[in-house]
Design a protein around this ligand. Structure first.
Ligand SMILES: *[C@@H]1O[C@H](CO)[C@@H](O)[C@H](O)[C@H]1NC(C)=O
Ligand SMILES: *[C@@H]1O[C@H](CO)[C@@H](O)[C@H](O)[C@H]1NC(C)=O
Ligand SMILES: *[C@@H]1O[C@H](CO)[C@@H](O)[C@H](O)[C@H]1NC(C)=O
Ligand SMILES: *[C@@H]1O[C@H](CO)[C@@H](O)[C@H](O)[C@H]1NC(C)=O
Ligand SMILES: *[C@@H]1O[C@H](CO)[C@@H](O)[C@H](O)[C@H]1NC(C)=O
Ligand SMILES: *[C@@H]1O[C@H](CO)[C@@H](O)[C@H](O)[C@H]1NC(C)=O
Ligand SMILES: *[C@@H]1O[C@H](CO)[C@@H](O)[C@H](O)[C@H]1NC(C)=O
Ligand SMILES: *[C@@H]1O[C@H](CO)[C@@H](O)[C@H](O)[C@H]1NC(C)=O
Length: 437
């Protein structure tokens, strides 16, 4: 019910629609609050929270679509799967609050990163599969690491995109070791594919791990162009603290509601004081030994060197689980590491010596929490067990993997117990956006 005499400097419309909390902040306004393109299209959350700044005498209207429930605002009740939340009608300043009747909460059926269970879970408490050298999917090139490009990877459920970037002719390229061996194109073009995918998938959070491969340390500023021009910038997460400890990370649901759905990391040369959306990897995430050529896959800290276990326990971590073989190239002096594809089926399998499943279990035992990222080559090469790598992650996430794998496959919804979305949003007023219309 609207308390008209307390009308808006802040109009807080707290609507229990499922767990939705709608917060409208503004000076006096007339008319209704309008969908302004900020809400992700096709929003089907049972929960939503937003803040709008309304200019005086501006007519606007906000339409939220959600699963069925009841929303009450301004003394009116709407029912159905399309709910119109009608906002302010006033020309004087003040404060008003409307409180809806607290109906039974609908269950959340909207998946975040393919699982409804993840919406409520911290970014720091989810195990995702990472595509090692994601862009290197060049056919008939031994320096490739993947069969499928980034769009297939994301469709299949990969949620960390990793790769090494090289500066050549003043342009950033994704190259493997050296641009003569394998050049997968510009970083900007690759980022654009990711940004387009992210735009089309409003309930997914994607992590990028950028390898700064030189020559020397590529200046941080060189990455601003590709991130901005590709369209990634608007989704880039800017952490509230430096460094972020384990407990500081928001849930996927929070990242999704804020539309900050791309978390960008860099291994070397990040400076979050200078550029807050390029996160410094090794002060907030550690890695197990990289590029191994034997399949023991120990779970000790390799980078950053000398990190005390006590500190490691309070950071995200990435398990390198790509096995390499050393090769010589005729006419070149150095030896090179390439993916050991002869045993890839076993490397990517759920169980057995050298398997991803075994490493993930060992890591969880050793650190009392599973790795955040499992970095693999040819994620689709799982022998007779398509999707094995995703099954390994699902086991550590306590969810059931039930999708088709891999490459241009039609995804099947994952199963799992529906869990109410973002309970915290139901009980706290969270100011998520402030827009001047
Ligand atoms: C919402 O209600 C309509 C009409 O009763 C029904 O057809 C639809 O399946 C319901 N949707 C959900 C998500 O429950
Ligand atoms: C909201 O409530 C006020 C006061 O009762 C009323 O004048 C106004 O027409 C209502 N607005 C809508 C859109 O129903
Ligand atoms: C309402 O608040 C705005 C912003 O603080 C102010 O500019 C305006 O004069 C106020 N209007 C009234 C009627 O108090
Ligand atoms: C950089 O320029 C040189 C000289 O034009 C050319 O040979 C080389 O292929 C270019 N490198 C890349 C990565 O395009
Ligand atoms: C990081 O950037 C800040 C702000 O530009 C600068 O003052 C600082 O020296 C930089 N730190 C390093 C290590 O370069
Ligand atoms: C991996 O398994 C698939 C399916 O059984 C098989 O076709 C392929 O030859 C195997 N690859 C290797 C390198 O063993
Ligand atoms: C992390 O996720 C697991 C499910 O995999 C859950 O049981 C546990 O409570 C979560 N821990 C935290 C700290 O959120
Ligand atoms: C795993 O999920 C099941 C329901 O699917 C739940 O009963 C159980 O408590 C969960 N375990 C953990 C450790 O979160």
């Amino acid at each position: 019910m609207l308390l008209r005499k307390l009308w808006p400097a802040v109009l807080a419309t707290r609507t229990i629609f499922g767990q939705s909390v709608i917060v409208i902040t503004g000076t006096a306004a007339t008319g209704t609050l309008s969908g302004d393109g900020v809400l992700p299209t096709g929003l089907t959350y049972a929960s939503f929270s937003t803040t709008r700044t309304i200019s005086q005498n501006t007519a606007s209207s906000l339409t939220l679509s959600g699963s069925n429930g009841t929303a009450t605002t301004n003394g009116t009740t709407s029912t159905g799967s399309l709910i119109n939340l009608v906002g302010a009608t006033s020309t004087t300043n003040g404060t008003a609050t409307t409180t809806a009747s607290q109906n039974a909460r609908p269950t959340n059926t909207q998946a975040c990163n393919n699982y409804v269970e993840f919406c409520d879970r911290s970014y720091a408490n989810i195990t995702e599969i990472a595509a090692h050298n994601s862009p290197f999917a060049v056919k008939r090139n031994a320096f490739s690491n993947q069969d499928y490009g980034v769009v297939d990877q994301l469709n299949d459920g990969i949620r960390m995109i990793q790769g090494q970037t090289h500066l050549e002719n003043n342009t950033l390229f994704y190259c493997h070791t050296n641009c003569n061996l394998l050049n997968a194109g510009t970083v900007e073009a690759e980022f654009k594919k990711i940004a387009d995918w992210v735009a089309a998938h409003p309930f997914d959070v994607v992590t990028l791990l950028i390898g700064n491969a030189g020559p020397g340390l590529i200046p941080l500023n060189d990455y601003i162009g590709p991130i901005t021009n590709s369209g990634l910038l608007r989704y880039a997460y800017r952490p509230p603290k430096i460094p972020m400890a384990l407990a500081d990370w928001p849930t996927l649901g929070e990242l999704i509601l804020r539309q900050k759905r791309v978390v960008i990391w860099m291994d070397y040369a990040a400076n979050q004081t200078a550029i807050d959306y390029i996160l410094d990897e090794f002060s907030q995430m550690w890695e197990t030994p990289y590029s191994p050529t034997n399949d023991a896959f120990p779970c000790n800290v390799d980078r950053p060197p000398g990190l005390a276990p006590r500190d490691a326990s309070n950071r995200l971590y990435l398990a390198n689980h790509n096995l390499n073989a050393q090769v010589s190239i005729p006419g070149m002096d150095s030896k090179f590491l390439i993916p050991n594809t002869a045993v890839i089926n076993q490397t990517n399998s759920v169980r057995g010596p050298g398997s991803l499943g075994l490493m993930a279990n060992n890591c969880e035992t050793q650190w009392n929490r599973a790795p955040n990222f499992l970095l693999v080559d040819y994620y689709n090469r799982d022998g007779t067990d398509p999707g094995a790598v995703f099954r390994v992650a699902a086991a550590h996430n306590n969810v059931t993997y039930n999708r088709k794998c891999c490459g241009s496959a039609v995804s099947v919804a994952s199963t799992g117990r529906p869990i109410p979305l973002m309970q915290m949003l139901a009980t706290s007023l969270i100011v998520l956006f402030v827009f001047t219309l």
